[in-house]
Design a protein around this ligand. Structure first.
Ligand code: GTP
Ligand code: SF4
Ligand code: MG
Length: 397
């Protein structure tokens, strides 16, 4: 579980010469004085890691590093550590500074990393020194590296964050499911049509997945849970992936051999929207709740409450079963988003009727308030004892 939390974070290393402003840049991005900065070269002596939600991109981990040109006695050891960090980064920020010109340090760094990593340039604007600015611009342009001129000490941190998001966007998850299906394999979709299913249509995540499979010419078999056994009797080849509605997890698991990859629509959606790591933290937090904790249950639609309603009946029953504790519940419905008082945990529906922005705003709100959140689907998977199995097709375990 903990591994999967890390797995979904993109590692972004911050590199450059001593005094380039790497640590100041880190502080500027995250909006707090995390790293020590000073005009003394070699201030940062060890890689300094900081997990951060770079919205709307998703979870990342920044690593501030010692200077590439550290010439102190311990310089060689530090450089070795920096190389170790470099090997774990798929994205690197190369920090320059108008107080000096780009030299062999930066040249070598780019030559060694340009083919394997995404490089993003930052030119720190130091005081009134502008004489080296043109040299830095030309340097980055020569290698086709996107760069931002920025005063890290005084500039708005949102400018750097937006620039990073813009340049990372191409790395954002583009497909909901197609990249998870082995070539030539089919996919089975398990969709129960029960009293809770909307009349005459599928819900958005199901449509999104189905449409993408068609776009990618991947064969999809669509069944209700009761027909799964019959389908398998008729299939000539095992499918590459089974995707189920979260509420049918237990039923599907009973019928499906362990070797067949299984996940759910809600887990795919959480990955697609970049929320997965945050929800996994929520699951860990749920285990630590105490008697009487305040839980908010959020559904973005207002529907007529039926018997065995998910939000008001099933979820509280699952939590009671999992923890043996009694909690205080508040139910929130609809698109309007207002919270009364503090919460110890938020449990949210799939949010398929919300726009990406609306959902992001909610998640950002929870993060700012330090409230952990999980979605219905992940809670169902955890309750069925198959969360790890359901994360495996996504690369997590
Ligand atoms: N005016 C201005 N000063 C900056 C900027 N970025 C960094 N500085 C200053 O430059 C000095 C060095 O900044 P650091 O962030 O400590 O540099 P570093 O790259 O982390 O240096 P090492 O840890 O020694 O490798 C500090 O005095 C910062 O305040 C900037 O954008 N504008
Ligand atoms: S927005 Fe939430 S409540 Fe509405 S259909 Fe989607 S998952 Fe269900
Ligand atoms: Mg530093």
């Amino acid at each position: 579980m903990e591994n999967s939390l890390r797995l979904f974070r993109k590692t972004i290393g911050i590199f450059g010469r001593c005094n380039a402003g790497k640590s100041t840049l880190l502080n500027n991005i995250i909006g707090e004085e995390r790293a020590i900065t000073s005009s003394i070269p070699g201030t940062t002596t060890d890689p300094n890691r900081r997990a951060f939600e770079l919205l709307p991109y998703g979870p990342v981990e920044f690593i501030d590093t010692p200077g590439l040109d550290d010439t102190s006695v311990l310089g060689e050891i530090r450089k070795a550590k920096t190389r170790e960090v470099l090997a774990t980064c798929s994205v690197v920020i190369l920090v320059g500074n108008t107080g000096f010109k780009p030299e062999d340090w930066e040249l070598q760094f780019i030559e060694e990393n340009q083919t394997t990593k995404k490089i993003i340039g930052i030119i720190n604007m130091v005081e009134s020194k502008t004489e080296n600015l043109e040299a830095w611009k030309k340097f980055f342009e020569k290698f086709n590296i996107p760069y931002l001129l920025h005063d890290c000490k005084n500039g708005a941190s949102s400018a750097v964050r937006n620039f990073l998001v813009q340049n990372l966007q191409e790395k954002v998850q583009k497909t909901v499911v197609a990249d998870l299906v082995p070539k030539g394999k089919s996919v089975v979709l398990v969709i129960p049509i029960d009293a809770g299913a909307p009349k005459g249509r599928l819900i958005q995540p199901q449509m999104l997945v189905l449409r993408e499979l068609l776009d990618y010419h991947i064969i999809a078999h669509v069944v209700q849970p009761e027909s799964l056994k019959e389908l398998f009797l008729n299939l000539k080849e095992e499918p590459g992936l089974v995707i189920t509605d979260s509420q049918a997890f237990a039923q599907v698991r009973e019928q499906l051999p362990d070797k067949i990859p299984l996940t759910s629509f809600s887990i795919l959606m959480a990955r697609f929207r970049g929320e997965l790591a945050f929800f996994l933290e929520g699951i860990q937090h749920m285990k630590r709740l105490e008697e009487g904790a305040k839980i908010g249950i959020f559904e973005a639609c207002v529907h007529h409450v039926q018997k065995n309603d998910i939000g008001s009946e099933k979820i509280p029953a699952i939590l009671k079963k999992l923890t043996g504790l009694n909690f205080n519940y508040t139910f929130y419905k609809g698109r309007e988003f207002k919270i009364n008082g503090d919460l110890d945990l938020a449990i949210h529906c799939g949010g398929c009727m919300l726009t990406q922005e609306e959902m992001e705003k909610r998640i950002e709100f929870f993060k700012e308030k330090g409230i952990k959140i999980i979605n219905y689907g992940m809670l169902f998977a955890y309750d069925a004892g198959i969360l790890e199995r359901a994360l495996k097709p996504l690369g997590g375990a």
